[in-house]
Design a protein around this ligand. Structure first.
Ligand SMILES: [Zn+2]
Length: 283
C-alpha cells in the first residue's frame, strides 16, 4: 500500500474509534483536540512500520536523525517488511509509545511536561504531514506543523497524551492490515515464519493467502498502488476529513460557549431532511 493511503487509513481509524460524532464508533472517546491531534499521530503511526529501511520517504523527513532511526529499526526488525509488519512489531510500537509517555520533565513555569510523548508525536505528525501533503512538499512546513502541534499540547494540555499508546498501536495495526490486503502480504507471526506445505502452494486461492515465502495476505486490493486501492482510499479519506472537521467545529462551538451537541444534532436533522427531500423528489 502507498504511504499516503496508509496515512489516510490511520486518520480514519482514529476518527472511527476516538470520535463520538454521528457515524463513529466512539469506543475510546477523547476530547475534540484529541480527535484532531490523534488523527495526525495515528496517521503518522500508520507510516511507522515502513521506517525499516533508509530508502523510505519518511527516512528523509529529518536527516540525519530520521535516517539513523530508520536504519536502527531495520536492523532490529530483520529488514524491510519483516518485524515491523507483525503482531510483535505492533506490540513493540505500542510499548515504545507508552514508555515515551513515562518520560516527563518538571519545569518551574509549566509544571510536569510529557516531553517523551511530545517528541514521539513530533516525529509521527511530521511523517503524516509529509505523506498527506498538508505542508506541500516542504520539509520545513512538515516540521513546523509537527513542532507547533506537539509543543502546544505538551504545554497547554499535557494530560491529552494519555491516548498516545492507543493511537500508535492502532496506526501500526492499520498499516499491517493495509499491506495484508495487497498481494505481497505480511509476516504476521514474525519471527516465526511458517512455510506452507507443497500441496497448499499448488492450490489457486490458498497459495495467495498463505504464501510460499511464509507471508499472510487477503489480497482483495491486488498489487500495491492498484486502481482498487485508489478507489478504496477516497471514502476513507473523506471519512477522516469529516471526523476531523466535526471535532474542529465542536471545539470552536464549545469555546464560544455554545452547546456543541445540540448544534450538531440539529445539523444532522436538517441534513437528513434535505437528503430525504431530495431522495423523495427524485422518486
Ligand atoms: Zn508496509
Amino acid at each position: 500500500m502507498m504511504g499516503a493511503h496508509h496515512a489516510a487509513s490511520g486518520a480514519a481509524a482514529w476518527v472511527a474509534v476516538a470520535s463520538t460524532a454521528p457515524y463513529t464508533l466512539g469506543w475510546y472517546p477523547v476530547s475534540p483536540l484529541g480527535v484532531v491531534a490523534g488523527a495526525l499521530v495515528c496517521a503518522g503511526a500508520a507510516l511507522a512500520p515502513d521506517a525499516d529501511h533508509h530508502d523510505a520517504t519518511i527516512a528523509h523527513s529529518l536527516p540525519p536523525v530520521s535516517e539513523v532511526v530508520c536504519d536502527a529499526i531495520g536492523v532490529l526488525a530483520g529488514g524491510h517488511r519483516n518485524g515491523t509488519h507483525s503482531i510483535l512489531g505492533i506490540a513493540a510500537f505500542t510499548v515504545l509509545a507508552w514508555a515515551a509517555g513515562q518520560v516527563t520533565l518538571d519545569t518551574p513555569w509549566f509544571g510536569d511536561l510529557a516531553i517523551g510523548a511530545g517528541l514521539i508525536s513530533v516525529l509521527l505528525v511530521a511523517f503524516a504531514a509529509r505523506a498527506l501533503g498538508l505542508s506541500g512538499d516542504s520539509r520545513l512546513g512538515a516540521w513546523t506543523l509537527a513542532v507547533a502541534l506537539a509543543g502546544f499540547i505538551t504545554i497547554t494540555a499535557p494530560t491529552e497524551w494519555t491516548w498516545l499508546p492507543v493511537a500508535v498501536g492502532l496506526g501500526a495495526a492499520v498499516h499491517v492490515v493495509g499491506d495484508m490486503l495487497t498481494t505481497g502480504g505480511v509476516p504476521l507471526l514474525w519471527p516465526w515464519e511458517p512455510r506452507p506445505p507443497r500441496w497448499w502452494s499448488r492450490r489457486p486461492v490458498l497459495k495467495l493467502v498463505w504464501r510460499s515465502g511464509g507471508n499472510f495476505a487477503l489480497p482483495v486490493l491486488g498489487n500495491a498502488g492498484s486502481t482498487r486501492e485508489w478507489i478504496m482510499v477516497v471514502p476513507v479519506g473523506l471519512y477522516a476529513t469529516y471526523g476531523v472537521g466535526v471535532a474542529i467545529a465542536v471545539g470552536v462551538l464549545t469555546s464560544l460557549g455554545l452547546d456543541a451537541d445540540a448544534v450538531l444534532l440539529r445539523f444532522v436533522e436538517v441534513a437528513s431532511t434535505v437528503v430525504g427531500t431530495v431522495h423523495t423528489g427524485g422518486v
